[in-house]
Design a protein around this ligand. Structure first.
Ligand code: GAR
Length: 195
């Protein structure tokens, strides 16, 4: 069985989709849900599913990313994960951290990368007049929202969309895409999933 740790910052709907998928004949199991925000709703939801949870509050580190990440590493390595899934984890990671987990850390991003790395992806797609939007799962490298693409899902942009309505449509696809990619990835297959 592969061991999967999931990093979150908020509600954790992608974490839940991943955790629910890891059952039965799935070759992986969730072993830790870790947040930089001790009040993240996703922590309660993970605990209710019986998954070990932990938090490393980034605020006391006052911008000392290396020290914050050292505390994250301590929690993560104690769980001995084979794969780490960033799922709405909203802290920038240093090259030291991404390098430590190279080729075993995944991220989901709410745009069709390489378009719109960073924040406000849905508004940027609307402002550009894009006919479609979507989400991407990729391997994490030292470059923000970059790295080999492991899957993408597309949705139409509809007349009257605002950032919230578009985000909601994309999120439905995130919940399908991330589990599909993870299953393939833990089986040793990096062929992109296209939904
Ligand atoms: C998701 O839409 C995810 O793609 C996005 O945050 C949301 C988290 O929702 N991630 C990023 O923007 C990463 N830069 P969730 O907590 O319900 O999974």
């Amino acid at each position: 069985m592969k061991r999967v740790a999931i990093l979150i910052s908020g509600g954790g709907s992608n974490m839940i989709a991943l955790a629910r998928s890891m059952q039965g004949d799935h070759p992986a199991r969730p072993v830790l849900v870790l947040s930089n925000d001790p009040s993240a709703k996703g922590l309660e939801r993970a605990a209710a599913m019986g998954i070990p949870v932990a938090a490393v509050d980034h605020r006391p580190f006052k911008g000392d990313r290396a020290a914050f990440e050292a505390a994250l590493v301590q929690q993560l390595d104690a769980a001995v994960p084979d794969v780490i899934c960033l799922a709405g984890f909203m802290r920038i990671l240093t090259a030291g951290f991404t390098g430590r987990y190279a080729r075993r850390m995944l991220n989901i991003h709410p745009s069709l990368l390489p378009k719109y790395p960073g924040l406000h992806t849905h508004q940027r797609a609307l402002d550009a007049g894009d006919a479609e939007a979507g989400c991407t799962v990729h391997e994490v490298t030292s470059v923000l929202d970059d790295g080999p693409i492991l899957g993408q899902a597309r949705v139409p942009v509809l007349p009257g969309d605002d950032a919230d309505s578009l985000a909601a449509r994309v999120l439905v696809q995130e919940h399908a895409l991330y589990p599909a990619v993870l299953r393939r990835y833990v089986s040793g297959d990096r062929t992109p999933v296209l939904l």
